[in-house]
Design a protein. Structure first.
Lengths: 276, 271
């Protein structure tokens, strides 16, 4: 994938845009303004991290992109195999994979059936579905646990199942909502590396919501820092590090530098909160 | 290693104790009962001793067993009607709020009105056998309805979002998401309504009394009461009680088998 610094909101190459939000706002029925004017363009194959204090509307933004929630105003466009459309209108089911903060697995059925779910809902023929389920499980290294039930797995393994399920439809866009937040640090680091490896192989567009500065810098090509209530974009920081990234990047000076930059961009919205 | 083994032994011993203790209480209670009856020379038409009850149970077995079958059949019919009615109504309520708002108050009214008071009316308007089944249904359906409704409304929000994302149809979400999520609740409701169906059947039989054409266990109890055949009353009561225990046990077993692989309620503490 082409490298380089992306200017915020430039949208120079329309054909290469995978997700675009223009002037998106969200005001809940209760009157709470969750999202201010949000303009964001994500290029095909790009890995973007959304970072911000909790309650800054980053999860809301993700749900709007997925079509799980409708924006109060503004336009959301998602492209799938070159076709454009609004999410939630037939296109999202195939175009988008979603990984929630919790593994969100069906406890009453096996790992295999959990991963198969999106294909079942799309009425994909059984033989074809079987092959794709196997492939997705293989990718996350859980093939031998196909028959296990979710409760028999560790937190990290459940998250892998969730990831496999998101990948099984071969979506163009992967939306991840603080997926590793509840895991211990070692597991989290491992999953970070595995996710990067997957992304290098598959080149999906990834929008990754996190409240961890370190995670955002480690994973993404571009960190979008958001302010809270209503959520707006405060800063965008491009992370141009040597690929492939690995553990040595985590300890490099460049990494620390980027983390400092992101933290600095985040600081105002936190100081504003403490003043409340 | 040895600590582990002794822990296992402790647990096994504990389980044995949980069976032995109530059995011991039973034996002591029965012995005390028999002694009181013998020492005070209480006549059997006032209070029969447990041995006499047992003898009556054996000697009147053909009559009592026939009655037991009748009552069990009524209970089963009432229970099936209550299960199907309760689940179907809950599904209907879940699909349409309008239907729920229109009908739910009446389901509650039916539930809170004592069935013993409704039974005589039903016996006037319906043939006895039908009236008895309807009574069993009235008592049994509400726990299924309310539990199933609770279950259908307790679907994980994120899972529901996932189904929405993948464009699941109404039928798909019902079959693949809502019903499995609600299953533990439905089974809990069935477990309650199994016992209640028996109560409903008995209540209706009692209300029909000896005037009725029925021959269920409750009818036997009423009839034996009029004839001062107290030992047979006790024997019939014993059978009813056993039937209730077996019904509960069966439903608990079904529930356990259906949930043992995934639901918290069916898992051991250490898993």
């Amino acid at each position: 994938m082409d490298e380089g610094i992306i200017l915020p909101g430039s949208g120079a190459d329309i054909a290469g845009i995978s997700v675009s939000l223009q002037g998106v706002t969200k005001i809940y029925d209760s009157g709470v303004a969750a999202l201010g004017q949000l303009d964001l363009k994500v290029r095909k194959g790009e890995f973007v991290a959304l970072v911000g204090p909790s309650g800054c509307g980053k999860s809301t933004a993700l749900r709007i992109i997925a079509g799980l929630s409708a924006p109060t105003s503004g336009e959301v466009r998602v492209s799938y195999h070159g076709e454009e459309g609004r999410p939630g209108q037939g296109i999202s089911g195939q175009a988008i994979g979603f990984v929630f903060q919790e593994p969100t697995l069906m406890p009453w059925t096996s790992v295999r059936e959990n991963v198969r779910l999106p294909l079942k809902l799309a009425r994909v023929a059984a033989a074809q579905a079987d092959a794709r389920v196997e492939e997705a499980l293989q990718r996350v290294g859980l093939l031998e646990f196909a028959k296990s039930y979710p409760r028999e797995l560790s937190g990290g393994m459940k998250m892998r199942v969730s990831l496999a399920r998101a990948l099984v439809t071969d979506p163009d866009i992967l939306l991840m909502d603080e997926p590793f937040a509840a895991l211990d640090e070692i597991t989290r680091f491992r999953l970070n590396n595995d996710l990067l490896a997957l992304w290098r192989n598959l080149r999906k567009t990834v929008i990754f919501v996190t409240h961890s500065v370190f995670e955002s810098v480690y994973l993404s090509q571009r960190v979008v820092v958001m302010t809270s209530r209503p959520g707006r974009i405060a800063a965008e920081i491009s992370v141009t590090a040597l690929e492939p990234r690995g553990e040595e990047f985590r300890t490099s000076a460049a990494y620390t530098d980027y983390c400092r930059k992101v933290s600095a961009a985040l600081a105002p919205s936190y100081s504003g909160r403490s003043a409340l | 290693m040895s600590a582990q083994r002794s822990a296992v032994e402790n647990r096994r011993g504990f389980r044995l104790l949980r069976i032995l203790l109530p059995a011991l209480v039973l034996v002591l209670g029965l012995a005390a009962w028999e002694l009181v009856v013998r020492i005070n020379n209480i006549p059997p038409y006032v209070l029969p001793g447990p041995l006499l009850v047992l003898r009556t149970l054996i000697s009147d077995w053909t009559v009592l067993f026939q009655s037991l079958l009748t009552t069990l059949l009524t209970t089963l019919e009432g229970f099936i009607a209550a299960s199907i009615g309760g689940i179907a109504l809950a599904l209907l309520f879940n699909q349409s709020k309008l239907v729920e708002y229109s009908l739910f108050p009446y389901a509650v009214i039916l539930q809170v009105t004592p069935v013993i008071a409704i039974a005589p009316l039903l016996l006037i308007y319906l043939p006895q056998q039908t009236a008895v089944v309807v009574c069993a249904w009235i008592v049994g359906f509400f726990p299924v309805l309310s539990n199933t409704t609770l279950g259908l409304n307790s679907v994980d929000r994120n899972l529901a979002g996932l189904f929405q994302l993948y464009g699941a149809s109404r039928l798909q979400s019902l079959r693949l998401l809502k019903l499995p999520s609600a299953l533990p609740y439905i089974l809990g409701g069935l477990r309650i309504s199994g016992g209640l169906s028996l109560i409903g059947a008995v209540v209706a039989e009692i209300a029909a009394g000896t005037a009725g054409a029925g021959s269920g266990l409750a009818y036997r109890i009423a009839e034996s009461g009029y004839r001062l055949n107290i030992p047979r009353m006790f024997a019939a009561l014993l059978l009813l009680s056993l039937a209730g225990i077996v019904i509960y046990g069966l439903l608990a077993l079904i529930s356990h088998l259906a949930l043992r692989r995934w639901h918290e309620s069916a898992l051991g503490k250490e898993n």
